[in-house]
Design a protein. Sequence first.
Length: 431
Amino acid sequence: MFEKEKTMKKIGVCLLAILLGMGMMFANGTNEGSTSAKPSSDTVSFTWMHHLEEAGKQDWVNHCVETYTAHHPNVKINIEMVPNDNYLTMLKTRVASNDAPMIFDLDRINTLEFAKAGHLADVSDTEGLKENFSTDILSQGKVGSIQYGVPLDVSAYGIFYNKDVFDKYGLQIPTTDSELKKVCETLMANGVVPFGAPFAESWCQKHFCYAYVYINCIEKNPDWFTDKMSLKDTFSGDTAFKKSISTLASYKKYWGNDPFATSWNDVLSGIATGKIAMTINGSWTIAGILSINPNTNLRTFAYPVSDNAKETQMRIEPGNNFCVYNTKDAKTLSAAKDFFKYLCSVESGEFYAKASNGLTGCTVHVDTIAPLNDINAYTGDAVYNMVAISEFNSEYLTSFNDITAKYLMMDKFDVDAYAKALDDSFKAIKK
């Protein structure tokens, strides 16, 4: 069993970058810098499988492949995009059938699982990692002393809103739960859906839950997820958790007519056109909305979790770990690790930041846009960086999402019955 690495560290966020990155650049038609294993000149082909559905991120994927292969004509990289809800299942199926992609990304808990199973290559020898990435960020992709992945992006979680809608009805940014509900009431009275809740996709429902759970529960106990899976702690006895979900459920009437039939793209389009005012999700929301309507006056604020304004926080954390599959084919492994080095480069990071309007793990020198500036404005005590937190694994997460959806669909939300159902389900899984 691997030792969990836990870090809860207050961080400040600068306007241009949050984290350090790598310093390899392409110049004069050559790939400067190399990993310890020099890639073969023989023809080699492999796949990069991803779930990056936003247009800007897909532009980054295409740019990385086109730029790298232009300097390495012997390498062919196939790009395979799988929708987020099916991504992990497809990845596991491909690995089990000996048809694994060479490049893919994993959250923290699946990084641990894949590493334990021997599926991840050691990328510790990637040139520049220790010099250019912070120790905290690298710990997200470490198991013991071995680096199995690197978070190439950074995610901020908050409320993303159409400022033109707020301005039209004279609304100010709320800093407490009560103020947020008043905003919602004004929006509803004027025929605007306050919150786009795309619960047809379970990963979106999860982010609505985690908006409260991370601040109220995880910040106080970084082992919260593992304690629940090990049955060391129960949902029924967790007052902070029940309060968090009860607060979430109190917003049901602000989620539109049928949130469980509403997709992520429905919400993006709704905010882009002003039919929906807000949603809760990660900073990738920015690219998704602007890809639909680049003129959207999109902004961001931290979600209030209570009537204590001091508890209103912008949560910032490393994104998924980008990893290399541990194939026995030495030639393919060498080529994939060399390409991985380029993915971690400053040139790659700068393109990502500009194309995706997102936060990257590299030091980049590009202009930011208004919603990112809003994120950057939360500093000091208002910003927390949760590193190497092991969340629910896939079986527990599926159960958590299914039971949460079932109880949120009910006319009256019974938090005690909901917590007991979670406890019963987790006990059954543990057996």
